[in-house]
Design a binder for this molecule. Structure first.
Ligand SMILES: [Zn+2]
Length: 330
């Protein structure tokens, strides 16, 4: 939280400036251009403990009563402290001298009202453009919430709330998923089990061509896949040519059900893993058939257990490396 002494300093600065007649209604023009928040001007600035403090005011000099339309008269100001976009990596604190107005019409019952601004919500600790930028940094540039919170000079929960508020709007946008010709479906462990919960699984949907995550839905079942596909716009499924899944039968059934024209394949990671497990099973079976016991040190099959798992390129390196060790064996 800002210190009262700093707010007092910046307030005194603006009041002194006002009394000396320095102010001409436009404030510090260069700083205002850099600040670039529509409808506001920077009146004073100072560096305090590694943060920029800017005293700002709205340019609008009058406000009409929403009940009767008569312009109000000034009814005092109060200071609103809010954080904004950093300037060259330096956190910025705004001190907005926020006016309140009082209706001049004796017959109007509205009384007084405060000035409002879309960019600075009531009781907000961040400007809306700062909140949008936090969401962009976390979502698009993959910065952590903690890292962005530090740069903006706010707590983790405040930064995270900005990600939720602006990120949910982006997720809800129907145009977000776009045209997809190759759909990947896989399971993912979202939360590991602990004393109070089981392992939480999610089903992830990926655009194979763009290598982009489309969605992550709680649960691991064919029903999850069916429900997700059913929510897509009409005609969306017609463009899917390939669906890549792991070896889970529930996913395969759902894809055959909802994407009958798509070519169903097992993704290469799971195909390689299945092949490796099969080779291992065969090795263990042959080991038992020929020796009657599990593989032990010195058994030929046990000795090549890792070689059997290598790709076709790695055995080449293995063969090249073998002669170098032979002299020591003789
Ligand atoms: Zn009025």
């Amino acid at each position: 939280m800002p210190e009262a002494s700093t707010i007092l300093w910046i307030a005194t600065f603006t009041e002194l400036e006002e009394a000396s007649g320095v102010r001409n209604g436009s404030g510090d023009a260069d700083a205002s251009v850099l600040f670039n928040l529509c409808g506001f001007a920077v009146r004073a600035q100072m560096m305090h403990e590694g943060e920029w403090w800017l005293a700002i005011e709205t340019l609008e000099a009058r406000s009409a009563c929403r009940s009767c339309g008569v312009f109000g008269v000034g009814n005092g100001r109060r200071r609103v402290v809010v954080r904004d976009l950093p300037i060259a990596g330096t956190p910025v604190v705004l001190v907005w001298s926020k006016p309140t107005w009082r209706c001049r019409e004796p017959l109007c019952g509205r009384g007084s009202w405060p000035e409002t601004c879309d960019e600075i919500a009531v009781r907000a600790s961040l400007t809306e453009r700062a909140r949008r930028d936090i969401c962009r940094r976390v979502g698009r540039e993959l910065d952590t919430v903690a890292q962005v919170a530090r740069e903006f000079g706010v707590g983790w929960a405040t930064a995270h709330q900005a990600v939720i508020d602006h990120g949910d709007q982006l997720i809800a946008d129907d145009q977000r998923i776009g045209r997809v010709t190759g759909l990947g479906v896989d399971e993912h462990t979202f939360q590991h089990a602990n004393a109070s919960r089981r392992t939480q699984m999610v089903t992830t949907f990926v655009d194979i061509d763009r290598g982009r995550l489309l969605d992550a839905v709680p649960g691991r079942s064919g029903e999850v896949v069916r429900t997700w596909i059913d929510k897509r716009p009409v005609g969306w499924t017609d463009q899917i040519q390939v669906a890549a899944i792991d070896a889970f039968a529930g996913y395969a059934a759902a894809i055959r059900d909802r994407l009958p024209d798509a070519r169903l394949v097992i993704d290469h990671f799971h195909a390689i893993r299945l092949a490796s497990e099969t080779v291992n099973d065969v090795r263990r079976r042959v080991q038992q058939d020929t020796t009657g016991h599990r593989g032990r040190k010195g058994d030929p099959l046990y000795g090549i257990r890792r070689l059997l798992q290598m790709t076709w390129k790695k055995p080449e390196r293995h063969r090249l490396a073998t002669p170098a060790r032979r002299p020591r064996c003789r």
